[in-house]
Ligand binder design. Structure first.
Ligand SMILES: *[C@@H]1O[C@H](CO)[C@@H](O)[C@H](O)[C@H]1NC(C)=O
Ligand SMILES: *[C@@H]1O[C@H](CO)[C@@H](O)[C@H](O)[C@H]1NC(C)=O
Ligand SMILES: *[C@@H]1O[C@H](CO)[C@@H](O)[C@H](O)[C@H]1NC(C)=O
Ligand SMILES: *[C@@H]1O[C@H](CO)[C@@H](O)[C@H](O)[C@H]1NC(C)=O
Ligand SMILES: *[C@@H]1O[C@H](CO)[C@@H](O)[C@H](O)[C@H]1NC(C)=O
Ligand SMILES: *[C@@H]1O[C@H](CO)[C@@H](O)[C@H](O)[C@H]1NC(C)=O
Ligand SMILES: *[C@@H]1O[C@H](CO)[C@@H](O)[C@H](O)[C@H]1NC(C)=O
Ligand SMILES: *[C@@H]1O[C@H](CO)[C@@H](O)[C@H](O)[C@H]1NC(C)=O
Length: 348
C-alpha cells in the first residue's frame, strides 16, 4: 500500500529529529485525560508517576542518551471515551498518529491539533465516528498530514480545505462523509497534488464540482454521493482521471450525459451515478472499462438502445442496475456473457 509506505517513511524521517522534555508530554496527556467526562478505565492505566510510554494507547519514539522519549501515537479507538478533546494534545511535539475513532467525544476539534505552536508532525488524524458538532479547523497548518478521517460526526460549515497556497502537500486520504457540511466544494481541494481519496458523501454540499478536480491524475476514489451537487460531467477533463477506481456521485442533481471519455478510465471498477437527472445514450466506449464490477445508473433519464454497449467485454461485472430510466429495445445478448453478473435490474 503506497499510503502506508509513505506513512512509514514520514514516521522515520520526522521522529528522528525530535528532542523534548518528558514532563511536558506527560502533562499534556494528563490534561487530555482530565478533559474527559468518561475515560473508559483509562485513568487506571495512566497513573501519575509511571512511565507514560507504557500507558494504554500510548507509543513513544525510543529514547537515546541525547533525546528523551516523545509521544508518537495516541491510539484510543473504541474506548468509550466521552467529553471533549483538550487542546494540550496539540502540544505534543512528536505526535504522528492520533486515533480517537468510535468514541463519544463531542464539542469541537481544538484548532491547536491542526496548528500547534510546537513542532507539528501529525500524519494521521482519525476522529471518525464521534459526536463532534462544530466547524472543522482549517487543514492548512499540518504540513505532513497524510490521512484525515473525520467522517460520521456532525461537523458543520464549509469543507475545511486550506487556502490554495497552504494546502498540506502530502494529504492522500480525506474522508469527511456523513457530516453536516454545507456550501460549495472549494477549488482549493484540487491543490492537494497527492490526494487519492476524497470522500464527502452524505453532507449537504451544493453547487458544481470544480472542474480542476477532474484534472487530478492522483485520484483513485472520487466519492461525493448524497449531496445537492449539480452540473455536468466534463468529458474533456474527466479523461485525465487515469487512476480512478471509484466514481460515486449518486444521489445528487447532476444532469447531462456520461461523457464518451469514460472509456479512457481503464482502472474504473465502480460507476455509481444513481438518482441524478442524467440523460442520453450510454456511450459505446463504456465497454472499454473492462475492470468494472458495478454500474449503478438507476433513477435517471438515460435513454436509447442498450445494444449500444458491448457488455461482453465487461468480464468482471457483478452488478448492473438500470432501473427507472428510459431505455428502449431489448436486453442485449452480450449481457448474458457476463458470467460474474449476480444482480441485474433493468426495467427498461
Ligand atoms: C485506528 O483504530 C482503528 C480501530 O482500532 C483501526 O482500524 C485503525 O487502523 C487505527 N489506525 C488509524 C491510523 O486510523
Ligand atoms: C479510522 O478508524 C476507523 C474505525 O475505527 C477505521 O475503520 C479506519 O480504517 C481508520 N483509519 C482511517 C485512515 O480512516
Ligand atoms: C473512516 O472511518 C470510518 C469509521 O469510523 C470507516 O468506516 C471509513 O472506512 C474510514 N474511511 C476511510 C477512507 O478509511
Ligand atoms: C457512526 O457512528 C455511530 C456512533 O456515533 C456508530 O454507532 C456507527 O457504527 C458509526 N458508523 C460507522 C460506519 O462507523
Ligand atoms: C441544505 O442546504 C440547503 C441550502 O443549500 C438548505 O435549504 C437545506 O435546509 C439544507 N438541508 C439540511 C438538511 O441541512
Ligand atoms: C479505450 O482504451 C484505450 C487504451 O486505454 C484508449 O487508447 C482508447 O482511446 C479507449 N477508447 C475510448 C473510446 O475511450
Ligand atoms: C469473473 O471475475 C474474475 C475476477 O473477479 C475473473 O478472473 C474472471 O475471469 C471473470 N469471469 C469471466 C467469465 O470473465
Ligand atoms: C421517458 O419516456 C416516456 C415514454 O417514452 C416519455 O413520455 C418521457 O417523457 C420520457 N422521459 C424523459 C425524462 O425523457
Amino acid at each position: 500500500m503506497p499510503i502506508l509506505y509513505l506513512l512509514f517513511v514520514l514516521m522515520l524521517s520526522s521522529a528522528s529529529s525530535i528532542s523534548y522534555c518528558t514532563e511536558h508530554d506527560r502533562n499534556s496527556l494528563l490534561r487530555f485525560l482530565g478533559g474527559l467526562s468518561q475515560d473508559g478505565g483509562l485513568a487506571a492505566s495512566w497513573r501519575d508517576g509511571k512511565d507514560y510510554c507504557s500507558w494504554e494507547g500510548i507509543t513513544c519514539s525510543s529514547s537515546t542518551a541525547s533525546k528523551a522519549a516523545t509521544v508518537t501515537d495516541v491510539l484510543l479507538a473504541s474506548k468509550k471515551l466521552k467529553g471533549s478533546i483538550s487542546p494540550t494534545l496539540g502540544s505534543l511535539p512528536g505526535l504522528l498518529r492520533l486515533n480517537l475513532s468510535h468514541n463519544s467525544l463531542s464539542g469541537s476539534l481544538p484548532s491547536e491539533i491542526m496548528s500547534s505552536g510546537s513542532i507539528v508532525v501529525l500524519d494521521v488524524l482519525n476522529i471518525s465516528s464521534n459526536k463532534f458538532a462544530a466547524e472543522f479547523p482549517s487543514l492548512g497548518a499540518v504540513a505532513n498530514l497524510v490521512a484525515l478521517n473525520g467522517s460520521n460526526n456532525s461537523f458543520t460549515g464549509m469543507l475545511p480545505v486550506a487556502p490554495l497556497c497552504r494546502a498540506s502537500p502530502s494529504l492522500a486520504l480525506l474522508d469527511l462523509s456523513h457530516n453536516r457540511f454545507t456550501g460549495e466544494v472549494s477549488l482549493a481541494l484540487a491543490s492537494y497534488s497527492m490526494l487519492k481519496v476524497p470522500k464527502a458523501g452524505r453532507n449537504n454540499l451544493s453547487g458544481i464540482l470544480p472542474f480542476e478536480l477532474f484534472d487530478m491524475t492522483s485520484l483513485e476514489h472520487l466519492s461525493f454521493p448524497n449531496n445537492g451537487l449539480e452540473g455536468e460531467l466534463d468529458g474533456s477533463h474527466m479523461a485525465k482521471l487515469s487512476n480512478l477506481v471509484t466514481l460515486d456521485l449518486g444521489g445528487n442533481c447532476f444532469h447531462g450525459k456520461i461523457p464518451e471519455s469514460i472509456g479512457q478510465l481503464n482502472k474504473l471498477e465502480k460507476l455509481s451515478l444513481y438518482s441524478n437527472k442524467m440523460s442520453g445514450n450510454l456511450s459505446p466506449s463504456l465497454s472499454n472499462c473492462t475492470l468494472l464490477t458495478t454500474i449503478d445508473l438507476k433513477i435517471n433519464s438515460f435513454s436509447g438502445d442498450l445494444g449500444n454497449v458491448d457488455f461482453s467485454a465487461l468480464h468482471n461485472l457483478k452488478t448492473l442496475d438500470l432501473l427507472a430510466n428510459n431505455f428502449s429495445g431489448i436486453i442485449p445478448e452480450s449481457i448474458y456473457s457476463c458470467s460474474n453478473l449476480t444482480a441485474l435490474r433493468c426495467v427498461v
